[in-house]
Every structure is written in C-alpha cells, then in structure tokens.
Design a protein. Structure first.
Length: 190
C-alpha cells in the first residue's frame, strides 16, 4: 500500500516586516473553460447575425424584440467572457498590515480593493460552504468571486472570500491572519 502525500495548498503566503499577504487563484476547470469558450464561439455568430439583421436587414415589426434579445444576448456573452477570464487570470488577495485588512479581487492586475479597519473586524473565522446544491452561495454564481470559506463580520455585514479554498486550507489562512493581528480573533471580538 502506497502512502498518500499531503495535499499542497492553493494559497501563497508573502510576509515582510510590515504585512502578510495571502493570495490564491480561482478554481480552474478544463471542461468548464472549454465549454465556455465553445459557447462564446456560438455566441459570437448569434451576436453578429442579430447586429446584421438590425442594421442591414429589412424593416420588420419584430425589430423591438430583436433589439431586446440582442441586449440580453450581449449581457449573457459579457458574463460568460468575464467568467472565462476570471477562471484563467483571476486572483484574490487578502492582506493584513499597518493599514488594516485588505481584500482585492483582480484580473490581469485590474481589480477592486476594499480596505477594512481591523478595529471593526469581528469574528474572523472559517465558515464552511453549505452542502445544499441549490444554494446561491456557491462561487459567485460560478465566477469564483462570491462567497468563500473565510469570513468576518464588518459592522452589520459579513464579508466572505476564498471560494476555491478547501476547509483545511481556509483554517490555515484564518490562523495565519489571527496570528498576525490578534484583534481579528473571535475570542478578542466584543
């Protein structure tokens, strides 16, 4: 019988004298990526055909419907393209330093950064994902930007991140952050 090697984590830890930075990529799925890419190929031809029909086609009574359809089709294509780009190039970065707790979600270096005052962060914790198949709290509707296993309360809102992290790795992330700043601890929260 061969022993099983322990799994390597997804998270990367960078620490200097001032801050701890933890980053991870979203889950990647070869089948999912190929499916979305193929769907976008079909989407392109549908988009091209609808635009051609609107601009060069004969005037019909169904132009209003076609315009409505084109808007919805364009939004769907943009969402699928973003999903593919996020899967391939996305990154979540959670850091703690003198300026507080920072969460950044980025794609190819562009993204949104949110900074949280550690004095208002309460109950940094591991929060396992629900097992309910129909729960909306699953990877941000497939984009991997939504909920995750790392959670904390900030005022009257719960902030979640780390969607691709397994429970064991999320536990390590939480422990490293609390070790860096004890104010984030559940026990230390008021």
């Amino acid at each position: 019988m061969l022993p099983v090697d322990p799994a390597a984590g997804r998270a990367r830890y960078d620490e200097d004298g001032y801050s701890l930075r933890i980053s991870w990529h979203p889950r990647r799925s070869l089948f999912g990526g190929l499916f979305i890419a193929a769907w976008l190929g079909g989407w392109f031809f549908g988009e091209k055909s609808a635009i051609h029909q609107l601009t060069k086609g004969p005037a019909h009574d169904d132009r209003g419907f076609l315009m409505f359809w084109l808007i919805a089709w364009t939004i769907g294509g943009a969402a699928a393209a973003f999903s593919l780009i996020w899967m391939m190039f996305g990154r979540e970065i959670l850091s703690i330093g003198p300026d507080g707790l920072t969460l950044r979600r980025q794609v190819l270096g562009l993204g949104i950064t949110r900074q949280y005052d550690p004095q208002h962060v309460r109950r940094l914790r591991l929060e396992p994902r629900p097992t309910d198949t129909f729960s909306r709290r699953t990877q941000g509707f497939g984009w991997g930007t939504g909920d995750g296993a790392v959670a904390f309360d900030y005022g009257a809102k719960t902030i979640r991140c780390g969607a691709p992290l397994d429970e064991a790795e999320a536990r390590i992330v939480v422990a490293r952050l609390i070790q860096r700043d004890r104010r984030l601890s559940s026990e230390g929260a008021a």
